[in-house]
Write a protein that binds this ligand. Structure first.
Ligand code: PSU
Ligand code: MN
Length: 304
């Protein structure tokens, strides 16, 4: 058991007590990844997607000195409109709680909280990774280290094309993190289905992903799995369309001197503007798609 200050929503508490399938959802995508009001609409749609697929959603955030596992409707709305929300990773989760501040959990922090709560599956949009120019900036997301040490299966649409994808794969391999493409050979690249890189592993069935999750535990292996789920065909933005936009956004970030935690939110916002909102539409579609796959994996795990 844990001494962590966890507060469960009624829906999630009941599901966990009954051994039902539960899917964790992050909150940084709400506070730092999407503009108001689409952030709230998306958060609600993603939760409903999980429910329709037969699992219970647990959106995770820090509020009022506690880690909330599952947010009530009013809490979700308050978070989506809040300003001065901390973007939490492993480094600042405890500090945010100690200070009584409001914090949104990134992939890394959501994995920590999900594991404390006994939730094994987590669906999101994209994970953080090795940033372009990391050999100078040393900017490598803490999400990668977390995947190496916390036993949660994370469903994402790949790493964002704003990152250095080959280096991200190399670091994941070094850290012993399985990177599984769902239903195809290629690693997906968030807004596009194909990064041009082969994924290290492929699985076509949620039950196989659940078996591999259990097998890692049986072998005593630390860490989670990264499942990369391609964005649905009708929703993707071709790589050729995105690459110049990404170059422009990176150039704007350099010119504005953006660093550290501000990089990813800045780039997402610039790409949203430069694609006249198309990137957001695609982002919403892929998160919903990941919620469905996460629910299927959670159901396979709950079925034993
Ligand atoms: N996926 C999205 N939008 C986001 C993120 C992921 O579709 O905003 C967030 C996640 O919370 C991820 C974080 O953990 O970006 C990575 O931030 P950084 O590069 O600073 O580690
Ligand atoms: Mn970073």
């Amino acid at each position: 058991m844990t001494n962590a200050p966890l507060v469960f929503s009624t829906e999630v508490a009941r599901a966990l007590a009954g051994g039902q399938a539960v899917v964790a959802l992050e909150s940084t995508i709400i506070t730092h990844g999407m503009p108001w009001p689409q952030n709230l609409e998306t958060a609600r749609m993603v939760e409903d997607e999980v429910r329709t697929a037969g699992a219970v959603p647990a959106t995770i955030a820090v509020m009022d000195g506690a880690i909330h596992i599952g947010l009530e409707a009013a809490q979700l709305e308050a978070l989506a409109q809040a300003s001065d929300v901390m973007k939490l990773s492993r480094a600042d989760l405890a500090a945010c709680l100690a200070l009584g501040r409001t914090g949104a959990t990134t992939v890394a922090a959501t994995m920590i909280c999900a594991h404390l709560a006994g939730i094994a599956v987590f669906a999101t949009g994209g994970i953080g990774g090795v940033h372009r120019g990391a050999s100078d900036s040393f900017d490598i997301s803490a999400d990668l280290q977390e995947l190496a040490q916390t036993p949660v299966t994370v469903v994402a649409a790949g790493a964002k094309a704003i990152l250095d994808l080959p280096k991200t794969l190399e670091v994941l391999e070094t850290l012993g993190v399985p990177v599984i493409a769902y239903g195809q050979n290629a690693l997906p690249a968030f807004w596009s289905r194909d990064s041009g890189l082969p994924a290290p592993l492929r699985m076509d069935d949620p039950a196989a992903i659940a078996r591999a999750h259990r097998m890692r535990a049986a072998l005593g292996l630390k860490g989670g799995q990264l499942v990369t789920n391609p964005i649905p065909e009708g929703d993707e933005i071709e790589r050729a369309t995105l690459l110049p936009v990404i170059e422009q956004a990176l150039e704007d970030a350099r010119a504005a001197g953006i660093a550290a935690k501000a990089v990813t939110p800045f780039l997402l916002e610039r790409i949203f503007t430069l694609t006249e909102g198309r990137s957001l539409t695609a982002n919403i579609a892929l998160v919903r798609n990941n919620a469905r796959l996460g629910a299927a994996i959670a159901r396979a795990l709950a079925a034993g």
